[in-house]
Design a protein around this ligand. Structure first.
Ligand code: BGC
Length: 860
């Protein structure tokens, strides 16, 4: 990061110099949101933008997916989040000259995302061409308390002269309305150019998306409302304005279907400020008429105005104080890192806090990347943070999956399975993944959701959720595994359960048999389902009866799930001493990442999928993720061997990878490497490391940053509901502190080089149904108990194993497959530039170094 422009500050993201070169990036970095409503960090002038984004979680349009070749069961209807009308605009003119930040002469400039206050501010001192010295301040917040509310305030003071000042507030439907300059909406005029080919961007829709319904003005209030053309959803935006000034002014208005203006013309006296406050309310719905939404919005604003603007900012700050009290993670002595960590945690709050039962889009509400879809990112990457800091947010997210069960059941049936199959990507519960190989085939989503249910219940003890809703998820997903898999008898006459034709988390290898991650996670899923069914029969007979009836469950099904789990095939290669990613993974050639030019990354934008699929090369952690999530089923030696094998094959082309690699590197002992991956994740957006932060923040990675801190360096595990710690504090860090909510208790954990301290308090709003007074936990295998109001310190003898450097391809180079062939690494040849290569049967490069003959290529 350019630290002159973005100085390190532990609580604030500060920009001291604006630039239009990277507006896309800064729009994302300075975005505000509350999980329901999101606003990119566009300046209020409303001009130069990468994307004038305002998003409402779940507000989407549908469109027919046009497959080049149709086949039965392909997803047919696409879904994409749409831009809600833009309420951010508050244009300033002095002497009728616009404040245009690309050309204006600024004497002072500072933009701040204050994460303690939950407010975006911008301070500017502008010297106009005619010599007026003008101070312009902006404050903007998207309320965490009132999820439909945003508040923004602009203050203008001409310091050295009297001058006419205009503050022009607008609501604009940019989605498909013409903007005030007559230009068409960005979607219509410039379909997201490389987007056509970059699967990480949103779909562009050419037709008009928002059909105007009701629009009017009354006093200083403006209203626009719409119905979404195909999805039928409705949305209303309402703005109220207040002006506060000792100067004379007039207020003017204009209303059309796609624009509402409230314009204040002020005769400003030198040194006399003008402040305009804009209260904005957004409501959207799947079925309620737009008119009704307008009424709701009026009520939101009536209340907010009575409470007043100061109250809103105070409430926001109080909300943030509570959030940080239960969620902060501190690394002593490094402001830059602390800033990055807090920025990531703040993104998690902004993406989830008031989603209130809607999902968590891959980019939160900071951009339209991945079309606003919900993926497994939520359950595996974001929910651990929610579960351990604000459990009811986790429950809300899980309830979203519960409510998707009817659609998931239909989808399972369409794919000839029993139970339920959750969509790989979706907004409304239906599968929206057009590319089934790297989409629908990721059946592991079922186990990921179940895993998150298990984690939530273990951490909270929320049996009511488990017995009434969670169990439905566990049973229906287990049913799918039971029919998807099948039995074979192996050479030792043992019956083995296999799962074929699925894709694991690594999207550079698709539709394979016995993907290790899937099998290991499905095993968890099957066991979790049978356990809860049996437990309910024992402990909750009423809920049990209701559940048996509701799900039409035969008790014998639970036996079948146990049998499948116990006989689950877990691929293992004796020859290499590792777990193959799937049944044929090791047969492939090894992609030589160490000799792949930087410009060929990410591989997905530079190679046909078939080229990639032919190689041992990973987009993201797969086996290595299983080693973490199901770590109690692998030995320390297995983890080390698997990590050594897969790390040099992992591109990290998905930002979901680095955090997992960091956690496993820390566990097995690669200390420097763990820190390197951690830095990559913590700064992935702040430094735009994947060059697509302009499409939105990488929310899963942000969640992973929390997990890497708490479970990677902090060493926390919760396998089987037992809390344990085995820390790996980096030598560079004096201490690491984090908070955990565990069964109604608030734990404060601090790790130093020599000890770990766990302090406990009763949580203010304990989620557990049986509040407890103490917590048992293990530190490196030894049990301890901490009581509420007390703390326990345990000395640490070092920080686990120490390995230097990192695993490399040359470690693989000597390895042999089961069939006696040696592994060799290569990069796909570009025949366009080199012509037809002469292949002699041997590729003489391993790890970029010529190797001795005995080690070459195929061994006969
Ligand atoms: C990753 C998926 C992820 C998606 C959305 C893709 O690049 O491979 O695992 O769910 O991004 O974040």
């Amino acid at each position: 990061m350019d630290r002159d422009r973005f100085p390190a500050d532990p609580w604030r993201l500060v920009e001291t110099r604006q630039s239009i070169e990277d507006v896309g990036l800064t729009e994302t970095l300075f975005a505000l949101g509350n999980g329901y409503l999101g606003m990119r960090g566009n300046p209020p002038e409303g001009r130069h933008a990468h994307e004038h984004g305002t998003f409402i979680n779940g507000l989407h349009e549908t469109f027919p997916i046009r497959h080049a070749e149709q086949a039965f069961g392909f997803a047919e209807t696409g879904q994409t989040i749409i831009n809600a009308p833009d309420a951010k605009i508050m244009r300033v003119y002095v002497d009728d000259e616009p404040l245009a930040f690309d050309v204006a002469d600024f004497r002072e400039y500072e933009r701040v995302l204050d994460m303690r206050r939950g407010v975006l501010t911008r301070h500017m001192r502008w010297m106009t061409p005619s010599g007026k010295d003008v101070v312009v301040d902006l404050e903007r917040m998207v309320s965490f308390e009132e999820r439909h509310l945003a508040v923004m305030r602009v203050s203008v003071t001409v310091l050295n002269a009297d001058a006419p000042v205009v503050i022009n507030c607008q609501l604009v439907n940019r989605q498909d309305g013409e903007d005030v300059y007559g230009g068409m909406a960005p979607h219509a005029s410039a379909p997201t150019a490389p987007a056509a080919f970059d699967p990480r961007k949103a779909e562009a829709i050419d037709e008009r998306v928002l059909q105007p319904v009701e629009y009017w003005q009354e006093g200083l209030r403006s209203v626009l409302s719409y119905q979404v053309t195909r999805s039928g959803m409705t949305v209303a935006v309402i703005a109220d304005h207040e002006i506060d000034t000792a100067n004379e002014y007039t207020a003017r208005t204009l209303i059309e279907p796609d624009i509402a203006k409230n314009v204040f013309r002020v005769q400003a006296k030198a040194g006399v400020p003008v402040t305009v406050t804009k209260f904005v309310s957004y409501h959207s719905s799947r079925g309620v008429p737009a008119r009704e939404l307008v009424d709701r919005g009026r009520r939101t604003l009536d209340r907010a105005r009575v409470e007043g603007v100061e109250y809103q900012f105070e409430e926001q700050e109080a909300w943030c104080r509570d959030f940080w009290e239960r969620s902060d993670v501190q690394v002593a002595g490094d402001d830059a890192l602390q800033q990055a960590i807090r920025w990531c945690l703040f993104q998690l709050a902004q993406a989830t806090a008031r989603a209130d039962g809607r999902g968590v889009p891959a980019k939160g509400l900071t951009g339209s990347g991945y079309s606003g879809h919900y993926f497994w990112d939520t359950e595996v990457y974001v929910l651990p943070f929610l579960t351990y800091t604000t459990p009811h947010w986790a429950r809300n997210a899980l309830r979203m999956r519960y409510h998707m069960l009817p659609a998931a059941r239909r989808r399972a049936a369409q794919l000839n399975e029993a139970g339920a199959l959750f969509p790989w990507r979706t907004i409304n519960g239906e599968e929206a993944s057009a590319y089934y190989a790297a989409g629908t085939a990721q059946y592991h989503i079922n186990a990921d959701v179940s895993f998150a249910v298990g984690k939530y219940v273990r951490a909270t003890g929320d049996m009511r959720f488990l017995y009434t809703e969670g169990v439905d998820i566990l049973v229906e997903t287990a049913r799918l595994w039971a029919t998807l898999g099948f039995w074979r008898v192996n050479e030792d006459s043992a019956e083995v359960f296999h799962i074929h034709g699925v894709t694991g988390p690594d999207e550079y290898t698709t539709v394979v048999n016995d993907n290790l991650f899937t099998n290991v996670m499905a095993r968890f899923n099957l066991r979790a389902a049978s356990r809860v069914v049996r437990e309910m029969a024992d402990r909750a007979p009423d809920e049990y009866r209701a559940m048996m009836q509701r799900l039409d469950l035969d008790p014998a099904e639970a036996d079948a799930w146990d049998a499948a789990a116990d006989a689950m095939h877990i691929p293992y290669s004796e020859g290499l001493g590792i777990h193959p990613q799937d049944a044929v993974f090791l047969e492939k050639e090894v992609w030589d990442l160490e000799n792949t030019p930087a410009e060929q990354h990410p591989l997905l934008l530079n190679f046909h999928p078939l080229v990639i699929y032919r190689y041992q090369v990973l987009k993201q952690a797969d086996v290595v993720l299983a080693l973490f999530l199901q770590g109690n089923h692998f030995t320390a030696e297995e983890k080390r061997a698997d990590f050594d094998y897969y790390d040099p094959l992992t591109t990290g082309d998905s930002t979901l990878s680095a955090v997992v690699q960091s956690i496993l590197a820390a566990e097995v002992g690669y200390r420097e490497l763990a820190l390197e991956y951690f830095h990559e994740a913590a700064f992935v957006d702040l430094e735009d490391l994947h060059r697509n932060t302009s499409d939105g923040a990488h929310v899963a990675s942000a969640g992973g940053v929390w997990t890497a801190l708490v479970s990677g360096f902090g060493g926390m595990r919760d396998h089987g509901g037992d809390l344990s710690f085995d820390p790996r504090l980096p030598a560079e860090w004096p201490s690491l502190s984090y908070k955990l909510r565990w069964r109604g208790m608030q734990l404060d954990v601090t790790v130093t080089a020599t000890e770990i301290t766990v302090a406990a308090e009763r949580a203010e709003h304990g989620e557990t149904e049986e509040p407890r007074d103490d917590v048992d936990f293990a530190v490196r295998g030894e049990m301890h108990t901490v009581r509420a109001g007390e703390s326990v310190s345990v000395p640490l003898d070092g920080q686990g194993p120490i390995l230097t450097g990192r695993p490399t391809l040359s470690d693989i180079g000597d390895a042999m497959r089961e069939d006696g062939t040696r592994l060799s690494a290569s990069v796909p040849v570009s025949t366009a530039t080199t012509g037809i290569p002469i292949i002699s049967g041997i590729i003489p490069v391993v790890s970029g170094q010529p190797v001795e003959e005995g080690n070459l290529g195929v061994d006969s």
